[in-house]
Design a protein around this ligand. Sequence first.
Ligand code: RTP
Ligand code: MG
Length: 143
Amino acid sequence: MAVERTLSIIKPDAVAKNVIGKIYSRFEKAGLNILGAKMLHLSQEKAEGFYAEHKGRPFFEDLVAFMTSGPVVVSVLEGENAVAAHRELMGATNPKEAAPGTIRADFAQTIDENAVHGSDSPASAAREVAYFFQDGEICPRTR
Ligand code: RTP
Ligand code: MG
C-alpha cells in the first residue's frame, strides 16, 4: 500500500450540526493525518467548478445550492491508502444505504445533504487538493 493524500469536505449540513470534531476524530482514529484545514463559505463559482464533472446532471443545481448554503471545512488527509480508507469511513453516497458506523449513516439522512465529500481516486485527489490548497497551506508531519 502507498501513502496517499485525499481531499475531505465537511459539508454545510454537518458544520451546522456541530459535528466537525466528531468527524475529525474518526479520521484520526483511522490513522489519517490532517495536513491542511480551512473553513470556507463557497461561492457559486467555486462550488460549480468543484463539481464540474456533474454539470448537466439533474441534481447539479440543488447540489451547488446546498454546498453554498453555509460554511464547509476542507481538509487534506494523508495516510496509507487514504483515498479508499476515507471513502470507507464516509459510507455510501446515499446515507440510507451507508453501512452502520459510517459517517453518512451516523450524521446524514438524505443523498442531497450527506455530510461529507471525499475524493474518489488518487487523480481526483490531486486535482481537488490543488483546487483548495496552495503548497504553503499543506503541512507535512515532521514528528
Ligand atoms: P461526493 O462527491 O460529495 O463525495 O459524493 P460521492 O462521490 O459519494 O457522489 P457523487 O456521485 O460524486 O455525487 C456528488 C454529490 O451529488 C449528490 N448526488 N445526488 N440525487 C442523486 O441521484 C444524486 N447523486 C449524487 C450527492 O449529494 C453526492 O454527494
Ligand atoms: Mg464524488
